[in-house]
Design a binder for this molecule. Structure first.
Ligand SMILES: Nc1nc2c(ncn2[C@@H]2O[C@H](COP(=O)(O)OP(=O)(O)OP(=O)(O)O)[C@@H](O)[C@H]2O)c(=O)[nH]1
Ligand SMILES: [Mg+2]
Length: 348
């Protein structure tokens, strides 16, 4: 029988089953897609390490895609309670965390919260937080994140302060063995959930883990509610934006239409203006022509009057000359008459 029992916990897809298979030679199913893979608590085949028989307990992560958190808690809690009742005590608990996660999001935090409430504070000396997937990040980034994780009061700092260790898993057999080597010689300690269920005979609903689950569920409901509110806010903002964009487009279109109409009106005004100009110019030209004709007519009339005046003068002159000639002729005739009369007298 194994004398060393070590549980592996952590969020789904963090490499728990891979770790178990690597070091124990088991063939537990390993996930490939995004779906959770391990949905039951499974034991590895026992293997020898440092002269001891070791069995690893692979657990499903909370936030499983197929099971609710309550179902997962029931599975893990009943497995651990049964093991404890059978006097199979845990010498260690490993919490797996991907160093490649660039953000420790809600799922990781919830899983770690559940992990803490399952373990309690008194067993933290037997806990190792294992970071893996180091091949997925640069050494500098990984080291910086490791430092952040170790000093984050909402994450690993409290457990490290209370005796837990933080170790790197290099995804090699030797690395896995080295991690387990830190745990195999531990004094077995009951986890909080085991004490509560077995020693204190609490119902699962009365345990700290269940309490944590409820808190997490409330937080999750709040988060979803806030997400929904945010979604609605964003939808309202998007609708408002769309409305404003439409209004801006309508305004721009109205402005464009106004400009077109103004341009048409301006062109029409200019056309009328040009026609008026042309008509005025033609009228002026016509008037000028009329004026010219009148002037020419006046000039012709003046010339005619001048000609008539000259004719009249000529006629007057001729009349005068004729009168003069007549008078001279008459004077001549009178003279001749007088001379003849005078002659006649002398004859007598
Ligand atoms: N690069 C790298 N990949 C790993 C490592 N460990 C596990 N993986 C990969 O991560 C994926 C998930 O591994 P699993 O062992 O199924 O993870 P799990 O924690 O058991 O997941 P669940 O059973 O769903 O809770 C698989 O594709 C593994 O090949 C590691 O150390 N480095
Ligand atoms: Mg698994």
């Amino acid at each position: 029988m194994s004398d060393v029992l070590i549980a592996i916990m952590g969020a789904t897809g963090t490499g728990k089953s891979t770790f178990v298979n690597l070091v124990s030679g088991s063939q537990l199913p390993v996930g490939e897609g995004l779906r959770s893979c391990t949905t039951e608590v499974r034991s590895s085949q026992p293997f020898e390490l440092l002269g001891r028989q070791v069995t690893l307990i692979d657990t499903p992560g909370f936030d499983d895609t197929l099971k609710t958190d309550t179902e997962i808690l029931k599975l893990i809690a009943s497995y651990l309670a049964n093991a404890y009742r059978e006097n199979k005590k845990l010498r260690g608990v490993i919490y797996m965390h991907r160093i490649s996660d660039f953000r420790v999001g809600g799922i990781s935090r919830r899983n770690f919260g559940m992990f803490r409430s399952l373990c309690g504070d008194n067993t933290l000396a037997n806990v190792v937080v294992v970071t893996n997937m180091w091949s997925e990040v640069s050494a500098e980034k990984g080291a910086a994140r490791e430092c952040e994780l170790a000093t984050d009061a909402a994450l690993f700092k409290p457990v490290l302060d209370k005796g837990a260790a933080l170790l790197r898993h290099e995804n090699t057999f030797a690395s896995a063995q080295a991690i387990l080597g830190r745990l195999v010689a531990n004094v077995p300690l009951p986890l909080q959930i085991q004490r509560e269920l077995v020693e204190e005979h609490k119902a699962l609903e009365q345990t700290a883990a269940n309490e944590e689950l409820k808190t997490q569920e409330i937080l999750e409901a709040q988060r979803r509610h806030e997400e929904e509110l945010q979604r609605q806010r964003e939808a309202a903002e998007a609708a408002q934006r769309a409305l404003e964009e439409q209004r801006a487009r309508d305004l721009a279109e109205a402005q464009r239409q106004r400009e077109i109409q103004e341009a048409q009106a301006r062109a029409e005004r200019e056309r009328v203006q040009r026609e008026l100009e042309e008509a005025r110019r033609q009228e002026e030209e016509r008037l000028r022509q009329v004026q010219l004709a009148l002037e020419q007519e006046a000039a012709a009339r003046a010339a005619e009057e001048e000609r008539l005046r000259q004719v009249r003068e000529q006629q007057a002159r001729e009349a005068e000359e004729q009168e003069e000639a007549r008078r001279r002729h008459q004077a001549e005739m009178e003279r001749i008459e007088r001379e003849r009369s005078d002659g006649d007298c002398r004859i007598f």
